[in-house]
Ligand binder design. Structure first.
Ligand SMILES: *Cc1c(COP(=O)(O)O)cnc(C)c1O
Length: 427
């Protein structure tokens, strides 16, 4: 028995499904978890000594590659000074100043410890500010695992969402309305039905949790206009896109100014960090200034702040970082699609910046319904082949590929060659 098998057997006895987050279980592609031992740059090595070129990057944080020497050193230096104080530190001030300087719509920001927590807290602030209860989210967008957001659309657009998880009381999703991504009419209908009850519309400005689905021209602009018309707040969930599509995230990329923004993943440089921020008049309602309560024992943790500050500083100080990453990524995804075409396959590659997905469907993927037309059995075949050939891809059709500045031309070539070999195998 390999070490991974052995670890998995032990894990299953004491951890549900053997993993601390479901996607790591690899069930969607008929595999068992990889237990990772080390990661450097674009590579990871598992407990059996198998090496992979990593196209997941811890689901986004590792935009500079794994264990960047400067980030690693910043963490070590911070750890030597103390792991947690439960008190204010200078690094938190620097982090807040940095985020506010990089993202113009963010005038004040609060640190938390995960993306889930950031979204929960931003929604509470939006509800406190508007004194309204309902929120609109989009089918196929993921905003973490808090109760009110684990919903699927009801049978009709006008009905409230229904819980998508056991353990979520129906009452807790009653105020969550579901709309269709890239479909302004579905949002307009909800506003028409509840003109004075919607506190906020929350959206992934580039969707990356149903696979990558870019916003169509006019979609985000239309959301901005509808929110303004009805006095609701627009929340961009930039947990993935923040500091990935550019220093000012998807909002800079698309030129739309949301009222509130949530961050996670890249902002922590690999440490558990989330943040929410935006308009000063909204954020000033957060405790202790205002009546919206929100707190965290480890929020703004000094070691986590050191990692995030260092990573964001490196991104800021390299003026062409995003230009290069986008050029390399664009060429990679274009070549990937070209090889699918050359093999006579109708499958789609959606990509924006360094995020991309291969959808095993001939349909154009523009929302959750079209994403769901993808053939997950084919995705499983592709993923198992890629892993067997040293390429670590998302173990699910409905997740993105994440490129980093650490990926070399040889890494990308290895992935493309593995894809071509699989295409020949299944021909
Ligand atoms: C990952 C993610 C979250 C949740 O963040 P966690 O740190 O996993 O809690 C929220 N929103 C989006 C868009 C995400 O991709």
């Amino acid at each position: 028995m390999g070490r991974s098998e052995d670890l998995f057997a032990r894990a299953r006895r004491v951890i549900p499904g053997g993993v601390n987050s479901p996607v790591r279980a690899f069930r969607a592609v008929g595999m068992t978890p990889r237990f990772i031992e080390t990661a450097r740059g674009s590579h990871m090595t598992d407990a059996d000594g198998r090496a992979y070129v990593d196209f997941v990057g811890s689901w986004g944080p590792m935009v500079l590659g794994h264990a960047h020497p400067a980030v690693y050193e910043a963490v070590c230096r911070a750890a030597a000074e103390g792991l947690s104080f439960g008190a204010a530190t200078e690094r938190e001030v620097e982090m807040a100043e940095l985020v506010c300087s990089l993202v113009p719509s963010v005038e004040m920001v609060r640190m938390v410890s995960s993306g889930t927590e950031a979204v929960m807290s931003a929604l509470r602030a939006a509800r406190g500010f508007t004194r309204r209860d309902k929120i609109v989210k989009f089918d196929g967008c993921y905003h973490g695992h808090s109760d009110g957001l684990l919903v699927q659309a009801g049978s009709g657009v006008m009905t409230a969402g229904v819980p998508d998880s056991a353990g979520v009381p129906a009452g807790w999703t009653r105020d969550t309305l579901c709309a269709r991504y890239n479909d302004l009419e579905s949002v307009r209908a909800l506003f028409a039905a509840y003109p004075e009850a919607i506190a906020a519309v929350i959206v992934e400005p580039v969707a990356a949790n149903m696979g990558v689905v870019p916003p169509e021209p006019g979609f985000l602009e239309g959301l901005r206009a509808l929110c303004d018309e009805y006095g609701s707040l627009l929340i961009f969930d930039e947990v993935i896109t923040g500091f990935r599509l550019g220093l000012s995230g998807a909002q800079g990329y698309c030129g739309i100014r949301p009222d509130l923004t949530t961050f996670g993943k890249i902002i922590g440089g690999g440490m558990p960090v989330g943040a929410y921020g935006g308009r000063r008049d909204v954020m000033e309602l957060v405790a202790p200034l205002g009546p919206v309560y929100q707190a965290g024992t480890l929020s703004g943790n000094p070691v986590a702040m050191a990692a995030g500050l260092c990573q964001l500083g490196l991104l800021r100080d390299d003026p062409d970082f995003y230009g290069r990453l986008e050029a390399v990524s664009g060429a990679f995804f274009t070549e990937l699609e070209r090889r699918l075409r050359a093999a006579g396959k109708p499958w789609r590659v959606n990509h924006v910046g360094s995020l991309g997905s291969v959808f095993f469907t001939g349909e154009q993927v523009r929302d959750y319904a079209s994403a769901r037309t993808a053939d997950t059995a084919v995705y499983g075949s592709y993923a198992r082949w890629m892993f067997a050939h040293g390429i670590y891809v998302a173990p699910s059709q409905f997740e993105a590929m994440f490129l980093s500045s650490a990926h070399t031309p040889a890494d990308l070539e290895q992935a493309l060659d593995a894809l071509s070999a699989w295409l020949r195998e299944i021909a």
